[in-house]
Design a protein around this ligand. Structure first.
Ligand SMILES: Nc1ncnc2c1ncn2[C@@H]1O[C@H](COP(=O)(O)OP(=O)(O)OP(=O)(O)O)[C@@H](O)[C@H]1O
Ligand SMILES: [Mg+2]
Length: 290
């Protein structure tokens, strides 16, 4: 029997060569939670959105996290600081399911055991993560990046072809305004400044309405004006969302944080207001006083 080959234009184009998210973000769209809608109805009866207890992570015997305990309240804006290698990024890897702890408990709300969930399930449940380098799709417009992030369909091309509901369009318009990119919505994301790409990536998380946002060194490489805007943005997001921000820029931390956690050698060394932890002798010795 003779078979007719499918003409190439009828095949679904592969998106990898055209769209190149940064390598730090893992190999799939799932690694940055793209295409995942945030879950509704998270049970946070006791006002705690994230509970980490006795979390340890070992790499070939080296303890990157060591019996770490951390609690984040609903709507809180928490800053995590600490010297290089303290375990800050590893902590985010544990929360997002990228790294499994060797022991310990990790709960999202009252009922979701993060240690038993896949990265995709965790993103779907409402935890969004922003990596240090922007992970936007450069060949697509700002609007298309947001559209793609909002869709739950896995295929890039199917997502772009599908019609947006009025509600989805309103949410994108709202997010464009929040991240101050309304006038650039039709520009290819590749033409944005470094800071604008960072804002777009935050927007890509926001269209999914995550309850908890994890942001690793968000102001690295930003201009002073962009850093100032980021501070305003995060303060405006707190309350509606819970935020965990890892940052070395103490000026920035001082502007946004009411509660700071200092990590050192994989454990919590101190917690309190920035003034309190800055006055702590142990913190000065291992981190601030260097
Ligand atoms: N996959 C891995 N394999 C082996 N060691 C690792 C791995 N990931 C992290 N580490 C080690 O674990 C420790 C904690 O690393 P982590 O990246 O969490 O630190 P950090 O606090 O984010 O540092 P920085 O401020 O430099 O970003 C470091 O000593 C690091 O070398
Ligand atoms: Mg890090």
């Amino acid at each position: 029997m003779k078979t007719t080959p499918t003409p190439s234009f009828m095949l679904e184009p592969a998106y990898e060569p055209l769209l190149s998210p940064n390598k730090d973000a893992g190999t799939s769209r799932d690694a940055i939670g793209l295409g995942q809608a945030a879950g509704q109805g998270l049970n946070t009866r006791h006002g705690t959105i994230l509970t980490l207890e006795d979390i340890s992570v070992s790499f070939d015997g080296f303890k990157a996290l060591n019996d770490l305990n951390l609690y984040i309240g609903v709507g809180e804006l928490r800053c995590i600081i600490g010297p290089n290698g303290a375990g800050k990024t590893t902590l985010m890897d544990v929360i997002t399911g990228k790294t499994r702890p060797s022991h310990g408990k990790a709960w999202f709300g009252e009922t979701l055991d993060l240690t038993q969930m896949s990265e995709v399930q965790i993103a779907q449940a409402g935890i969004g993560r922003k990596f240090q380098k922007p992970t936007v799709f450069e060949a697509l417009s700002v609007f298309e990046n947001l559209e793609l992030a909002q869709k739950t369909d896995k295929s890039v091309w199917a997502s772009l072809r599908a019609r947006l509901s009025g509600e989805q369009q309103d949410r994108i318009a709202q997010v464009l305004d929040t991240i101050r990119l309304t006038t650039s919505m039709h520009r290819p994301a590749g033409l944005l400044s470094h800071g604008q790409k960072q804002f777009l990536e935050i927007g890509m998380l926001l269209v999914q309405d995550p309850q908890l946002l994890l942001l690793d060194e968000p102001v690295a490489g930003m201009t002073d004006a962009e850093t100032e805007f980021t501070a305003e943005l995060f303060k405006s997001l707190a309350g509606k969302h819970s935020l965990m921000v890892v940052e070395h820029d103490m000026g920035f931390v001082g502007t946004i944080a009411d509660h700071v956690t200092v990590l050192h050698q994989g454990s919590v060394l101190a917690e309190g207001s920035l003034e309190e932890v800055q006055a702590d002798e142990r913190v000065i010795e291992v981190y601030l006083g260097r």
